[in-house]
Design a protein around this ligand. Structure first.
Ligand code: FUC
Length: 891
C-alpha cells in the first residue's frame, strides 16, 4: 500500500523518499532489529555527471546493478543513455595466456537516445536502501527522471522514464550486439513494441537472446529494422516503462563438464527464446509498481538484515569526490559504512540461486578479453567472493555456487581417480570411489583439473565453504543431503592422496597459492585445508550419527596431517623447509597470499582456544608487512588481523583499501591499473564483519577488533556460527548492549570482558539464567526463537602488555634467562611456554615480581624450540590479553 502510493506520486524518486520507505519497511521486515537507529541513514552513490562513454568510464564511473540473470552497468547519459549488459554464461573459447584473455563476452550494449544536450541539475545515483538507480535532470524547462532496477523474482530489468510535462518524453531504444563476427553472430530486429536481439556464440554453440519491451503512456511508438539493427522510437509520451530480459541455452548440468567436445556441451538444451519471452510476458502482466514491490520485497529482505553505524553523516559531496579525498587523509566514516554495505549489495546482485556464481568480475564485464577471462579461481578469489555470505547474513546467496558445484563435481570425481592413480596408486579404489579433487581455474564450461600454482588444498577449501553454510545456518537437512556428502568425498580424496613421510601424512606434490616454489611436499596450505575438512567431516558425522566406512580412517589420519609448523621466528611456516621466516629460495616474503594463516581466517583451526598459534599467526602477518597493494589481499588481511584482535592494524588495511583500491563507482581496482576485480569488494565486507563479530570457536565474540576511530557505533543482524543473529551497540569502545537471536537453539556462549557480570533478559524482560566462566565468558542453553538481551556490562580497561621479551641462553642447555620491558599496569607477571608446535601455552610461573625470570625446566629433553610468553597482571587481578613472546632455540 505504502509502496504503491509513494511510487505513483513520485515522478522524481529522490534519495530521501527511498530513505523513508526503508525506515517504514524495516519495522515489519527485520523483526530482530533492535537498535533504534537501524537503517535510518540513506546509503547511496551519487554523481553530478554521466560516466564517460568508454571503457575507462565503464570501469571507473558506471553504476553496477544485477539480479543474477544479468549484470548491468549504467552510464547515465542525458543525450544518450548507455546500458551495458553482462550474462555470465556467454563465453568464447578461453585463452590464450596473458592478463586479458577471451572468455566471458559482453552480452549487449543498449542505447537510449534522448538528444538532451543542454541539461541542468543533473544527478545520477544508486540507492542501496532501495535497490534502485536514478538519473534526474532538467532540459528545456522540463524535469526528466529515470528509475532503474533489476529484479530477481521477476527476472527482468525495469526502467521507468518520466517527464514533468505531459507529452515531453521522446526517445529511441537501440539494443546492439557488441563484438559481432568475432566468434559471435546475431541480429537485432524490432516489431510493434519489442526489440529482439538474438544470436550464437560459436565456440560452445551458445544461443542467446535478449528482449526489450517498451510500454509508453501517451505519445506514439514506431518500430524499425534495417541491416540487422532494430529500434523503437517513442515520441511525445508522458512516461514509459522498458522491460529487459536476457538468456542463453546454458543450464546447470554435469553434461556440460563431462562432454569433451566444446561444441556439444550444450546439446539438447532449449533455445532461450521461449524462456525469455515468458519472462517478458510475465513481467508485462504486472504494473511497474508491482514489479518494483516484488523486487524490493526480495532485495530488502536480504539487504536490510544488516546495518552498521559508525556515526557517519550523509556527505554533501558526490561519491567520486568522497573517494578522491580519502587518501588525502580526509577519512570518511560514511565511506567506511558504505563500502561495507556495497559489498553486500554486489553479492545480492551477482549470486542468486539458479544463476551462475560471481566470477573475478562478479557479474560485470564490458570486454571481449576480460582480465583472466572472468573465470573462477579457487585459490582465493571464489572464496573471497563468498567470504561475507554467511557472516553478513545472506546465506541463501550461496545456493548459486551449490548448483554450479553440483554440476561440475562429477568431472572432478574423474580427476580424483586420475590423480590418485598418478600420485599414490596404492590407495586407488579400482571401482572409482576416490572422492573428488579440488579444481583451481574453472568457468561455466570446464574444470581443468589441477594446477601447480596451488595445491590440492583448493578442494578442501571449497568444502570449507559448504561446512560454513551449515555451521552458520544449522540446517540439518542441508548438512545431511548436501554438505556432509561433499565433505566426506573430499576427505575420501585427500585421505588417499596424502603419503606417509617421516611419520606425518603429507600432500605430495604440494604448492602454496601463487608462490614460486612448486611441486614440493606438505605445504601448510594443503595440510591446513585437509586437516580442517577431515575435522569438519568428523564433526558432521557425529552430528548426523553416521558410521560410514572411511570415518575411522579420517579419525586416525587427523593428527598426522600436522597442519601447523612453528618456525624459528615464532611464525607459522608456509613451507616445511623454512626455518626462519622467509629463509628459502624463491620465496616471496611479502606475498599477497597469506596462505600459511588460512587456518586463522577463513578457517577455524587457529582461534582463541589456540593462543600459541594465534601469536604465531601474528608473527607471520607482521613479517608479511603491508606492502602488497592488491585489493582482495588487503581485504583478507583485515579479517585475519581482526582474528588476532588487532583492530588498529585491521583498520589501517581497510583505510589502505578505501584510499588505494576504490574507483569512483566503488569497484575494487585490483592493483591500480585500473583493473576491476569484485573479490576485493566482497572481501572488505567480510573483513569489517570480522572486526565487529567473531564466532570461529563457536563463542560469540563481539567487537574483538574495534579501532579507536569507531569508538561509538552499532550494528544489527550479523550472523554467528550456530545461527545466532547478533546486534550490538557500543560507546567509548565499550559494549553496552548486545542482542542475540537464537535462530536454531543450542548452546549460546558469549565472550566479552566482564560479560559474566552483565544482566541478561529475554525481550519481554524475563531474567535469563546463565553459567559464568570466569568474568569474561558465559553460556546459556538457548531456546530456538528466543532473543537474549545483554545490558549493564561493567566497563573495563585493557591491561597493557609487557614488551620486548629477550631470552638469553645460559651455559646449561636447559636453562634460559628471560627479561622484558615492564607494563605500566602490572603488579605481577605470568610466564608461559608453548613447546614446539603446541597450540596452547602452559603456565610456568605466576606472581612474578620484577622484569626478569630464570627458567630451568627439567622436561625438555627432546624439545628444539619453545615459545615463551609473558603477560601482565593488574592489581584487580585482570591479566593482559596480549603478551610479549620470544622463541627459545635450545642448543
Ligand atoms: C590470483 C591472485 C591474483 C589475482 C588473480 C586473478 O592468482 O593471486 O592476485 O587475483 O588470481
Amino acid at each position: 500500500m505504502f509502496i504503491r502510493n509513494l511510487m505513483s506520486t513520485a515522478l522524481v524518486v529522490t534519495a530521501l523518499a527511498s530513505m523513508y520507505f526503508i525506515t517504514e519497511a524495516s519495522a515489519t521486515e527485520v523483526k530482530s532489529v533492535v537498535a533504534s537507529k537501524a537503517l535510518s541513514k540513506p546509503l547511496k552513490l551519487w554523481y553530478d555527471e554521466a560516466a564517460p562513454d568508454n571503457n575507462q568510464g565503464w570501469v571507473n564511473n558506471s553504476i553496477p546493478m544485477g539480479n543474477g540473470y544479468m549484470g548491468i552497468n549504467l552510464f547515465g547519459g542525458a543525450k544518450t543513455e548507455r546500458i551495458q549488459i553482462t550474462e555470465n554464461s556467454l563465453y568464447e573459447a578461453v585463452g590464450p595466456k596473458g592478463l586479458r584473455r577471451t572468455g566471458l563476452n559482453n552480452f549487449a550494449e543498449v542505447y537510449l537516445d534522448f538528444g538532451h544536450d543542454k541539461t541542468s541539475n543533473y544527478e545520477r545515483g544508486l540507492n542501496l536502501n532501495a535497490g534502485t538507480s536514478y538519473v534526474n535532470y532538467q532540459h528545456d524547462g522540463v524535469k526528466y527522471s529515470r528509475e532503474y532496477f533489476t529484479s530477481y523474482p521477476d527476472k527482468v530489468m525495469a526502467i521507468r522514464l518520466s517527464s514533468s510535462k505531459a507529452g515531453a518524453l521522446s526517445f529511441t531504444l537501440r539494443p546492439t550486439i557488441p563484438f559481432l563476427n568475432k566468434g559471435k553472430s546475431g541480429e537485432v530486429s524490432a516489431k510493434d513494441d519489442s526489440v529482439t536481439l538474438t544470436g550464437v556464440m560459436k565456440h560452445y554453440n551458445i544461443q542467446f537472446e535478449g528482449q526489450f519491451k517498451v510500454i509508453p503512456v501517451g505519445g506514439t511508438m514506431k518500430a524499425a529494422t534495417s541491416k540487422s539493427q532494430g529500434s523503437i522510437s517513442v515520441s511525445n509520451a508522458d512516461s514509459a516503462v522498458i522491460l529487459i530480459a536476457v538468456g542463453t541455452n546454458y543450464q546447470f548440468d554435469s553434461q556440460v563438464f563431462l562432454t569433451e567436445n566444446d561444441s556439444k556441451k550444450l546439446d539438447g538444451f532449449a533455445h532461450p527464446h521461449d524462456k525469455v519471452t515468458g519472462y517478458i510476458a510475465d513481467a508485462a502482466a504486472k504494473s511497474y509498481e508491482q514489479l518494483l514491490a516484488n523486487h524490493q520485497a526480495d532485495y530488502l529482505a536480504l539487504f536490510n538484515r544488516v546495518n552498521v553505524d559508525f556515526g557517519a553523516i550523509l556527505p554533501t559531496v558526490t561519491t567520486d569526490k568522497l573517494v578522491d579525498a580519502y587518501p588525502e587523509g580526509k577519512s570518511s566514516l560514511y565511506l567506511e559504512e558504505l563500502a561495507f554495505q556495497f559489498g553486500r549489495y554486489m553479492l545480492i546482485c551477482s549470486s542468486r540461486a539458479g544463476t551462475l556464481p560471481p566470477h573475478l568480475q562478479g557479474i560485470w564485464n564490458v570486454y571481449d578479453k576480460p582480465p583472466w577471462s572472468s573465470q573462477y579461481l579457487h585459490d582465493t578469489n571464489v572464496q573471497m567472493a563468498y567470504a561475507p555470505v554467511f557472516s553478513a547474513n545472506m546465506p541463501e546467496l550461496f545456493e548459486s555456487y551449490v548448483e554450479y558445484f553440483k554440476s561440475y563435481m562429477p568431472r572432478q570425481a574423474l580427476y580424483a581417480n586420475q590423480y590418485i592413480k598418478e600420485f599414490n596408486p596404492s590407495q586407488l579404489d579400482a571401482n572409482g570411489d576416490n572422492g573428488w579433487s579440488g579444481p583451481f581455474w574453472t568457468n561455466p564450461y570446464s574444470v581443468p583439473g589441477k594446477s601447480k600454482v596451488a595445491g590440492f588444498g583448493t578442494g578442501a577449501w571449497i568444502a570449507q565453504m559448504f561446512w560454513d553454510y551449515y555451521d552458520f545456518t544449522r540446517d540439518e537437512q542441508l548438512l545431511a543431503e548436501t554438505v556432509y556428502p561433499i565433505m566426506y568425498q573430499q576427505a575420501n580424496f585427500t585421505s588417499r592422496f596424502v603419503q606417509d613421510i617421516d611419520g606425518a601424512l603429507l600432500a605430495k606434490p604440494s604448492s602454496s597459492p601463487e608462490q614460486k616454489i612448486r611441486n614440493t611436499i606438505g605445504t601448510t596450505f594443503d595440510q591446513q585445508m585437509f586437516y580442517e575438512n577431515h575435522h569438519n567431516t568428523l564433526t558432521a558425522a557425529e552430528l548426523l550419527g553416521r558410521s560410514d566406512s572411511r570415518l575411522a580412517l579420517y579419525e586416525h589420519q587427523l593428527p598426522l596431517l600436522t597442519p601447523i609448523q612453528i618456525g624459528k621466528s615464532g611464525h607459522i611456516k608456509e613451507f616445511r623447509q623454512e626455518e626462519f621466516y622467509g629463509d628459502i629460495d624463491n620465496y616471496d616474503p611479502h606475498h599477497r597470499h597469506a596462505s600459511m594463516v588460512l587456518g586463522l581466517y577463513p578457517g577455524q583451526l587457529v582461534n582463541d582456544k589456540t593462543p600459541a598459534w594465534l601469536d604465531a599467526a601474528q608473527v607471520s602477518l607482521t613479517k608479511r608487512t603491508r606492502v602488497s597493494n592488491i585489493g582482495w589481499a588487503r581485504a583478507e588481511r583485515i579479517a585475519m588481523l581482526a582474528r588476532i584482535h588487532d583492530g588498529e592494524e585491521a583498520y589501517a588495511y581497510y583505510k589502505d583499501f578505501l584510499g588505494g583500491n576504490l574507483m569512483h563507482n566503488l569497484f575494487n581496482d585490483h592493483r591500480g591499473d585500473p583493473l576491476f576485480q569484485a573479490d576485493g569488494n566482497y572481501g572488505v565486507t567480510a573483513g569489517v564483519a570480522e572486526m565487529l563479530l567473531q564466532s570461529q570457536d563457536h563463542v560469540i565474540s563481539p567487537l574483538v577488533a574495534i579501532p579507536a576511530a569507531w569508538a561509538t557505533g552499532s550494528y544489527n543482524g550479523l550472523l554467528a556460527r550456530g545461527n545466532f543473529e547478533v546486534s550490538a551497540k557500543w560507546a567509548n569502545s565499550q559494549l553496552n548492549h548486545l542482542n542475540v537471536v537464537s535462530k536454531a537453539g543450542g548452546l549460546l556462549e558469549i565472550r566479552y570482558p566482564n560479560v559474566a557480570k552483565a544482566v541478561i533478559k529475554t525481550l519481554d524482560g524475563k531474567k535469563v539464567n546463565f553459567t559464568a566462566k570466569g568474568t569474561d565468558k558465559l553460556s546459556i542453553n538457548s531456546t530456538k526463537g528466543q532473543t537474549y538481551v545483554v545490558t549493564n556490562i561493567p566497563s573495563f580497561t585493557q591491561v597493557s602488555a609487557p614488551s620486548e621479551l629477550k631470552v638469553t641462553q645460559a651455559s646449561k642447555r636447559e636453562q634460559v634467562a628471560l627479561a622484558w620491558t615492564a607494563s605500566a599496569d602490572a603488579q605481577t607477571y605470568n610466564v608461559y611456554r608453548a613447546v614446539g608446535n603446541a597450540p596452547d601455552y602452559q603456565l610456568i610461573a605466576s606472581d612474578v615480581k620484577g622484569v626478569g625470570f630464570d627458567y630451568k625446566p627439567s622436561d625438555l629433553i627432546q624439545a628444539k624450540q619453545v615459545t615463551l610468553k609473558v603477560t601482565a597482571v593488574r592489581a584487580d587481578g585482570r591479566e593482559s590479553r596480549a603478551g610479549t613472546t620470544a622463541v627459545w632455540l635450545l642448543p
